[in-house]
Ligand binder design. Structure first.
Ligand SMILES: [Zn+2]
Length: 56
C-alpha cells in the first residue's frame, strides 16, 4: 500500500469564490505534477491546488 502524503493549506474554491483552508492528500498527476486534493470545509466542493516542485 502506498504511503499517502497529506497536505494542509489553502486552495481556491470555485463555488465559494474564495480561498479556503483545507486538509487533503497529495496526488501525482499524469504529467508528474504534484497536486493537493481536498474538500472545501464550507461547501463540500472538491478543491485542487497545484503544488509544483517538491518542497525542500
Ligand atoms: Zn467552498
Amino acid at each position: 500500500m502506498a504511503e499517502v502524503e497529506t497536505y494542509k493549506g489553502d486552495a481556491y474554491c470555485v463555488k465559494c469564490k474564495e480561498k479556503r483552508d483545507f486538509e487533503g492528500t497529495v496526488k501525482i498527476s499524469d504529467s508528474g505534477r504534484r497536486m493537493a486534493q481536498g474538500i472545501c470545509p464550507v461547501c463540500g466542493t472538491k478543491v485542487n491546488r497545484i503544488l509544483g516542485k517538491k518542497p525542500e
